[in-house]
Structure formats: structure tokens, C-alpha cells
Write a protein that binds this ligand. Structure first.
Ligand code: NAP
Ligand code: GDD
Length: 318
């Protein structure tokens, strides 16, 4: 039985990946930081099949202990301060977790079990003010947020441990991926959750920032399979994971409102509070390399994704 340690197991991707690896027959350990109130919403349904280890990406001794306990064949480093907007209000914290946290977990692996295969959750946010479209593995980075800068560090330190210590480290440069388990602060879930509330008479407006930003949005359930595939290859490498389609926030809003039979223009209010100091205007990924080498394809379309999320939020409030 293969053993795996997932950091960020309570998050969106961590929960889907844990389900996926359980189905593959893995012994699944999850690193979980201490919180004063329970936040096991995403993993409650599998909690008796996984083992949680208390630790924090900012605390090297706890990571060393987590590697000692789990003796992992594979580590998936999904833990991060992952909300871009928050990275302007908490830049130091974001750097400590999203950037230095990667070195901490790599050091723990190097010291305790250097033959562990390592996945780093890199991000399309690293392309920022894009230098070419569509973006692929060789597109230069131009991050536009403290989060994006931290992810560039995480990406390069993973490559550096591959080259310095011959460790098996692979990075997935994942474009935005969403699901009913997405945090409420991210734009897709904010839209689907508020649309459900408006439909049920629980809310009467949706306040948003930039409606013209474009993102390449896919389904998180599809994307965790790509993470696993990267660690099953003969050689470590980095891959873009995306759908190859881009849509504006406005299109997302239109689809969600139309699905419940409402006119979005009656409810959406633009609020400067949600505008960012520096915006990423367009992301569009080229997933050719993943398609060719990993045999990976996204399955859920943009429209299906939004409808799935609206349905889930409607069911929650009903
Ligand atoms: P998420 O839902 O925000 O989950 C983040 C996870 O990290 C949570 O489990 C969180 O724990 C944990 N975490 C935060 N600070 C930590 C710390 N100091 N020590 C240990 N764990 C900590 O994010 P996601 O959408 O699943 O994304 C997973 C990873 O992929 C992240 O690294 C993200 O930056 C990256 N990524 C995401 C996307 C996307 O579109 N979703 C795209 C590219 C890359 P709590 O539950 O305690 O907060
Ligand atoms: N969150 C949010 N809230 N975003 C809004 C809003 C709003 O009210 N109004 C417009 N937007 C725009 C943002 O300005 C941004 O251009 C876009 O919607 C998407 O914002 P988010 O959903 O917060 O995601 P993100 O693209 O900034 O970051 C996500 O994707 C990255 C990969 O590209 C996160 O999951 C990151 O962790 C991930 O790395």
C-alpha cells in the first residue's frame, strides 16, 4: 500500500485529492493546522478513512514529524494562503506560508525521506501580466500580487531541490479550478452562492469588482487527477493544467443568473472595494504538454461547472 501526505487537506483540492487517492488504494495522511473551531467541512465524509497529523507549513519540526509518521511515497503540497486579494493585506504571512512553507516541507523530506516524490501546487497567477497568450510551461513569469510572487518562489525552489539533490519534485502550473467546495471568497463561488440566495429571496444584490477579467476555469475534480499523474511519470517535470478556454467574470455572472431564470443586470452592483491594486487581466492556458505526456484531459465544461455549483448552493439553502 502506497502512503501519501497531503498538506492543505481541508481545502478544496486537498479534499478531492484525498478522495481520489483513497480510491487508488493509498494510505492517506493529511497535515492539518490547529484551529480554534472545526473546519473539516470538505473532509467530514472521509474523515474515518484518513489520518490527520497536526502541523503547520511555518513550523519545520511539525513537518519533520509528519514525514516521520507518514513515511510517504508521495507528498502533495497544496497548503497555502491561497486568496490573491488577501495577499495585499497580509503580504508577510502569505510569503511565509506560500513561499517559505515550500522550503520547509522540502527540507523535512530531504532530511527524513529524500526518495519521496513531491508535488508543488504552482499557479497560473505566476504569469500575471502575461508575456504571451496562451500561456505554457516556457512562458516567462510576471507575477502581479504578493501571492503570485510567493508562488514563483515555491516553483523555483522545487526545481532547485530537483537539480541540487536529485529529488523527484514536479510542479503543476494549474489555472483556476473550482467546485461546490470552493471557498466563498473566490469569484465563482461568491457568484453561485449569492445567485442561489437571491433566487430563494435571501439576498437582493451581488457586489463584485472587475467584471472584465478573464480566466481559464476548470473543475477541481478533474485537476487533482493531473497532480497524481505527474508523480507517476519516470522523470519529474512541470506541466500547465488548463482547459484552453477563457471567459470573463461577466460571462460567469450571466450563465449563473440565466440558469435560475433571473436578469443579472437587476442584481449586480460594481463595488470598487473588490478591485485589486494590480490585476491579472487574462489567463488562458495551453495544456498540450499534459495532454501529450500525461494523457490528461479536462472533462467538465465551463457551463457545466457553473450549473453544478449553482445547483449545489441551491440545495444547501433549501
Ligand atoms: P484552499 O481551498 O484555500 O486550501 C488551502 C489549504 O491550505 C487549506 O487546507 C488550509 O488550511 C491550508 N493551509 C493554509 N495555511 C496553512 C499553514 N500555515 N499550514 C498548513 N496548511 C495551511 O486552496 P485550493 O483551492 O484547494 O488550492 C490548493 C493549492 O493549489 C494552493 O496551494 C493554491 O495556492 C494552489 N492553486 C490553486 C488554484 C485554484 O484555482 N484552486 C490554482 C492554482 C494553484 P485551513 O483549512 O486550516 O485554512
Ligand atoms: N474574489 C473576487 N471577488 N474576485 C473578483 C470579484 C469579487 O468580488 N469581482 C471580480 N473579481 C475578479 C478578480 O479581480 C479576478 O480577476 C477574478 O475575478 C478571479 O478572482 P478569484 O476567484 O479570487 O481568483 P484568482 O484568479 O485571483 O486566484 C485563484 O486562481 C489562481 C490561479 O490562477 C486562486 O485560486 C489562486 O489561489 C490561484 O493560484
Amino acid at each position: 500500500m502506497k502512503s501519501t501526505l497531503i498538506t492543505g487537506i481541508t481545502g478544496q483540492d486537498g479534499s478531492y485529492l484525498a478522495e481520489f487517492l483513497l480510491k487508488k488504494g493509498y494510505k492517506v495522511y493529511g497535515l492539518k493546522r490547529r484551529t480554534s473551531t472545526e473546519n473539516n467541512e470538505n473532509i467530514g465524509h472521509i474523515q474515518n478513512q484518513i489520518e490527520l497529523i497536526s502541523g503547520d507549513l511555518n513550523d519545520l519540526p511539525s513537518l519533520i514529524e509528519a514525514i516521520r509518521i507518514s513515511k510517504p511515497d508521495e507528498v502533495y503540497n497544496l497548503g497555502a494562503q491561497s486568496f490573491v486579494e488577501c495577499s495585499w493585506s497580509q503580504p508577510i504571512y502569505t510569503t511565509e506560508i506560500t513561499a517559505l512553507g515550500v522550503t520547509n516541507i522540502l527540507e523535512a523530506i530531504r532530511l527524513v525521506k529524500p526518495d519521496t516524490r513531491f508535488y508543488q501546487a504552482s499557479s497560473s497567477e505566476m504569469f500575471g501580466k502575461v508575456l504571451e497568450t496562451p500561456q505554457k510551461e516556457t512562458t516567462p513569469f510576471y507575477p502581479r500580487s504578493p501571492y503570485g510572487v510567493a508562488k514563483v518562489y515555491g516553483h523555483w525552489i522545487s526545481i532547485n531541490y530537483r537539480e541540487s539533490y536529485n529529488m523527484f519534485t514536479s510542479s503543476g502550473i494549474l489555472f483556476n479550478h473550482e467546485s461546490p467546495r470552493r471557498g466563498l471568497e473566490f469569484v465563482t463561488r461568491k457568484v453561485t452562492n449569492t445567485v442561489a440566495k437571491i433566487k430563494l429571496g435571501l439576498e437582493d444584490e451581488l457586489r463584485l469588482g472587475n467584471l472584465y477579467a478573464k480566466r481559464d476555469w476548470g473543475f477541481a475534480g478533474d485537476y487533482v487527477e493531473a497532480m497524481w499523474l505527474m508523480l507517476q511519470q519516470d522523470q519529474p517535470d512541470d506541466y500547465v493544467i488548463a482547459t484552453g478556454e477563457t471567459h470573463t467574470v461577466k460571462e460567469l455572472v450571466e450563465i449563473a443568473f440565466e440558469y435560475v431564470g433571473l436578469d443579472w443586470e437587476k442584481y449586480v452592483v460594481t463595488d470598487p472595494k473588490f478591485m485589486r491594486p494590480a490585476e491579472v487581466d487574462i489567463l488562458l492556458g495551453n495544456p498540450q504538454k499534459a495532454r501529450k505526456h500525461l494523457g490528461w484531459e479536462p472533462r467538465v465544461s465551463f457551463e457545466e461547472l457553473i450549473k453544478m455549483m449553482v445547483d449545489s448552493d441551491l440545495a444547501k439553502f433549501k
